[in-house]
Design a protein around this ligand. Structure first.
Ligand code: B12
Ligand SMILES: *[C@@H]1O[C@H](CO)[C@@H](O)[C@H](O)[C@H]1NC(C)=O
Length: 430
């Protein structure tokens, strides 16, 4: 315990050089960059625009693989978004990430169009329209159709593409900052403050927001305060998975580089202990570790790029299941309003190190009373239905996951069962 404290102290001392990335750090960055590139190959489902964006913002490239991935985005992701648009769904976050991905490859956005019904309009027009709808929804019900994270992504994507963001649209974001409306479940969402910070900083720099310049500055100041207030003793801002976006935002908002040294070191420590194995997590952390933010997309020129990133063939590691078994108790609490609010308990035994998803699958096979369904997302499988009950976004409900009394910071396929424990799955409103 004490030795750990001392080591951490030494590390902090050694890295007191502001945001330093020199020396062995470049190896760490290269290895994260390769993990991200490798994820393109193992990708199941749709190509991930956030991964593309991070690859393109990186210092090192594999231009052939990035080009291939761009084509996949333009076909598979494009078609998927087109279907959602045809079904009148709000997909502002996906549209925004798609825009950022294309722009990071210096692709001409005006040539990208979606045909809905018999009307053909450009990507940016669709994004603008969806932002208008989100804005209307905020005006009527004080919250976006999706969430403020996606609303911020929308503002950011329009802004870095050189589209003038409607004052009413950015004002809604400014107001939400002022009234502290950014929540993740029942706690504050650092990720959302960070994304809003990048978006509003871009709006400020574009010089288009002249009417409420003072309110804009107040919001940016408040976001900085929130991010610093969210900083823990160990350097993380929020948790391991929000720190990357938080550092990106601080850099974008012009914070002194020295101010983020501890957060950078915390992420490097996480990276060394393999905390960032989900490609989505790497895609948010890597730009920050390279001292860049998503705002850099605005001035990206794609002229001279270092095309030296190569993947060595992987040693095929056969992951034998551990011989140690652990007992997991799973308790499910259904909704109090639409259903009984009752809690049911189940037991399952799995090899140590199994994912929670694996445990739930074993349980489902062994116990006819338990079932569940998932939906795919950029982060992996999202638990959507348990025992026939759906916790729906449209009702502002979700299945909250915790172990003991602590909320999980990972989803069912990333969270590993290392010791006997009780996993609680609770239908929760937000
Ligand atoms: C909004 C949000 C939510 C909302 C989503 C509904 C809504 N209001 O839109 C709610 C509150 C339901 C939620 C729940 C959870 N979330 Co959440 N969420 C986010 C946030 C802030 C933005 C996601 C988004 O809109 N992205 C943009 C769109 C374009 O991408 P998308 O992939 O299509 O978005 C969908 C998925 O991301 C999905 N989703 C949201 N959270 C999570 C978490 C996991 C593990 C998965 C697989 C999917 C998922 O909901 C999004 C909207 O449909 C991110 C922050 C971030 N840095 O990404 C955290 C984040 C993704 N969530 C996180 C976590 C941990 C969770 C929970 C596991 C918390 C818990 N203990 O229960 C649960 C999921 C449990 C389950 N049922 O599987 C972590 C994931 C870290 C990791 N390594 O996996 C993040 C990064 C926040 C953080 N810094 O800790 N979340
Ligand atoms: C490209 O990057 C690699 C790894 O960082 C470096 O060794 C190499 O010298 C760079 N090449 C050029 C032409 O800059």
């Amino acid at each position: 315990m004490y030795s750990l404290v001392i080591i951490t102290g030494l590390l902090a001392f050694a890295s007191s050089k502001p945001c330093g990335t020199a020396g062995s750090n470049s190896e760490l960055l290269l290895s994260l960059n390769k993990d991200l590139l490798r994820s393109l190959e193992s990708q199941k489902g749709l190509p991930n625009p956030s991964v593309h964006l991070a690859l393109r913002l990186s210092d090192n490239h594999n231009l052939a693989k990035e080009g291939e991935h761009l084509n996949k985005l333009k076909s598979h992701l494009h078609n998927d978004i087109q279907n959602s648009l045809a079904n009148s769904q709000s997909v502002v976050g996906q549209l925004a990430l798609y825009t950022l991905a294309l722009k990071s490859s210096c692709y001409d956005l005006n040539t990208i169009t979606f045909t809905v019904g018999d009307k053909r309009e450009t990507l940016l027009t669709h994004l603008k329209n969806q932002m208008e709808q989100e804005k209307q929804h905020i005006a009527f019900s004080h919250r976006p159709l999706t969430n403020y994270y996606q609303y911020s992504l929308g503002v950011l994507a329009l802004c870095v593409s050189g589209v003038r963001v409607n004052n009413h649209v950015s004002n809604k974001l400014i107001k939400a900052v002022e009234h502290e409306h950014f929540k993740h479940g029942d706690s504050e969402s650092i990720d959302t403050y960070a994304m809003a910070g990048m978006a509003l900083q871009c709006v400020k720099e574009s010089g288009s927001h002249v009417q409420n310049a003072v309110q804009l500055d107040t919001a940016l100041t408040k976001i900085k305060q929130k991010l610093f207030a969210g900083q823990k003793q160990d350097g993380h801002i929020g948790n391991e998975f929000s720190t990357g976006l938080a550092v990106q935002a601080l850099l974008a908002m012009g914070s002194q580089v020295a101010e983020c040294a501890a957060s950078m070191e915390a992420m490097r420590t996480d990276a060394r202990s393999n905390t960032y194995h989900n490609p989505m997590a790497i895609s948010q952390v890597l730009p920050a570790l390279q001292q860049k933010s998503y705002l850099a997309v605005k001035s990206k020129e794609c002229l001279v790029e270092n095309d030296s990133l190569m993947l060595e063939p992987m040693d095929t590691v056969v992951d034998l299941p551990s011989e140690t078994e652990v007992a997991v108790t799973v308790t499910v609490t259904v909704d109090v309003v639409t259903s009984s609010g009752a809690t049911a308990s189940y037991s399952v035994i799995v090899p140590k190190g199994s994912s929670l998803l694996k445990a739930l699958n074993v349980l489902k096979e062994n116990d006819p009373d338990f079932m569940f369904e998932t939906e795919t997302s950029l982060w992996g499988p999202f638990l959507s239905v348990v025992n026939g009950e759906q916790a729906r976004q449209s009702d502002r409900r979700y299945w909250h996951l915790s172990s003991g009394h602590t909320g999980l910071t990972e989803g069912i396929s990333d969270y590993k069962i290392e010791a006997a424990q009780t996993i609680t799955i609770k239908n929760t409103s937000y």
